[in-house]
Design a protein around this ligand. Structure first.
Ligand code: PMP
Length: 427
């Protein structure tokens, strides 16, 4: 596979951008080697600057659930952009977006649009702290909630890949207010709340962890956390930046039947444009400025072009049968990968929820962060490269979930499994 143009770009980029990239995991540090630079994307495919085509299971880290460059999303962006790119005033699409989100996610009685998942989670914990008057927050080992100071404590995703448990530059005084728990451990959560429940403003969780590979909640776990938060007067925040509109139309909260007080959403709402949102109970959201005293703002928030892209995408995913079809594709892929690994004698298992999935080089089910860390992640790295050489792009880290799109046809999935058969043989 010729990667000359990518190599030349990466060489230039490394003198100009830290690590040659604008977001760490893109640099392939975890899997080794160099990233490829993408020229364009269409449906399930990425095309790099050297003309190579890849079947894409990253989907811009989740948002491309209807496939890349969907004609309806593109048309909506073009039509809206003709009227101007940003006004700095309210625009009608913000209202339609708020109506759409509150209708699809009933726990969100009000929402505020922001520009990234990081902004959404930062804003949600400020609201939680402001509303409860408490300062401690609880998060889970291996969960990633963006790069806000309070969250870079035992974080997942890039922070995990780079082995930085708590980043330099995060004030200790702030990190001390972030308490961490092992995910899927019922007793640890009970004990923590017994110890200091009355100091906890909020517990924030990825209801299906997607930043330490893909870890679904054990039966009753989210309900357990809901009960603890209610009992101790802490707010439950579901970070649905990955799971929102992906594991079900109504997100993880609909799939598992647990109602959080606040929810955060990200990239998927923008259909590929830079968008995030947070929302929740009306009595809480009304405490946000200018209605209330808790400050949060954004010059580009609710940007009309971003809203247009997101609304077009949100319309497409409401088609009848969309999520059944998406889930069937995820199952077909995962079953095929497992069969291919089995035939090659490789210890390998998958976990899937709706349109997201994880691949583990382990023969057993993986429920916890510690188990995810203990998998043969060097084997994943070899598999990643073997797949890439065969035209399949997986997330470049063993600690990231994979994302299916509705544009991945049966044929594309069969091609992926054929590539995996060959890749498992050469591991
Ligand atoms: N929360 C979760 C669950 C995420 O997966 C991410 C990013 N992948 C974020 C928050 C941060 O979002 P962003 O990168 O848009 O700031």
């Amino acid at each position: 596979m010729n990667l000359d143009h990518s190599h030349a770009l990466f060489t230039r980029a490394q003198t100009l951008l830290p690590g040659g990239v604008n977001s760490p995991v893109r640099a392939f540090k975890s899997v080794g080697g160099e990233p490829f630079f993408v020229q364009r994307a269409e449906g399930p495919y990425l095309f790099d600057v050297d003309g190579n085509r890849y079947i894409d299971y990253v989907g811009s880290w989740g948002p491309m659930i209807v496939g890349h460059n969907h004609p309806k999303v593109l048309q909506s962006v073009i039509d809206t952009a003709r009227n101007g790119l940003s006004f700095g005033t309210p625009n009608p699409l913000e209202v339609t977006m708020a109506e759409t989100i509150t209708q699809l996610i009933p726990s969100c009685e009000m929402v505020r649009m922001v520009n990234s998942g990081t902004e959404a989670t930062l804003s949600a914990i400020r609201l939680a702290r402001g509303a409860t008057g408490r300062m401690k927050i609880v998060k889970f080992e291996g969960c990633y909630h963006g790069h806000g100071d309070s969250f870079l404590v035992k974080a997942g995703s890039g922070a995990l890949t780079f082995g930085v448990p708590t980043s330099p530059g995060v004030p200790k005084a702030l990190a001390d207010l972030t308490l961490t728990l092992p995910y899927n451990d019922f007793d640890a959560a009970t004990h923590l709340f017994d110890d200091c429940g009355s100091d906890i403003a909020a517990l924030i969780i990825e209801p299906v962890v997607g930043n330490a590979n893909c870890l679904p909640p054990r039966d009753g776990y989210l309900q357990h956390l809901r009960a603890l938060c209610t009992q101790h007067g802490a707010l439950l925040i579901f970070d649905e930046v990955m799971t929102g509109f992906r594991v079900a139309l109504g997100g993880a909260q609909a799939r598992y039947g647990v109602v959080p007080d606040l929810s955060t959403f990200g990239k998927i709402i923008g259909g590929g444009m830079p968008v995030g949102a947070y929302g929740g109970r009306r009595d809480l959201m009304q405490q946000i400025a200018p209605r209330g005293p808790i400050y949060q703002a954004g010059t580009l928030s609710g940007n009309p072009v971003a809203m247009a892209a997101g609304l077009a995408m949100l319309a497409l995913i409401q088609a009848p049968g969309f999520y059944d079809a998406l889930e069937a594709k995820t199952h077909a892929l995962c079953d095929g990968l497992e069969a291919a690994a089995h035939d090659a004698g490789v210890a390998f298992t998958t976990q899937r929820v709706g349109g997201m999935f994880g691949m583990f080089f382990s023969s057993e089910r993986v429920d916890t962060y510690a188990q995810a860390m203990a998998c043969d992640n060097a084997a994943f790295n070899r598999f990643f490269h073997a797949m890439r050489e065969r035209g399949v792009y997986l997330a470049p880290s063993a600690f990231e979930a994979g994302f299916m799109s509705i544009a991945h046809t049966d044929e594309v999935i069969i091609d992926t499994i054929a590539a995996a058969r060959a890749a498992f043989q050469v591991l």
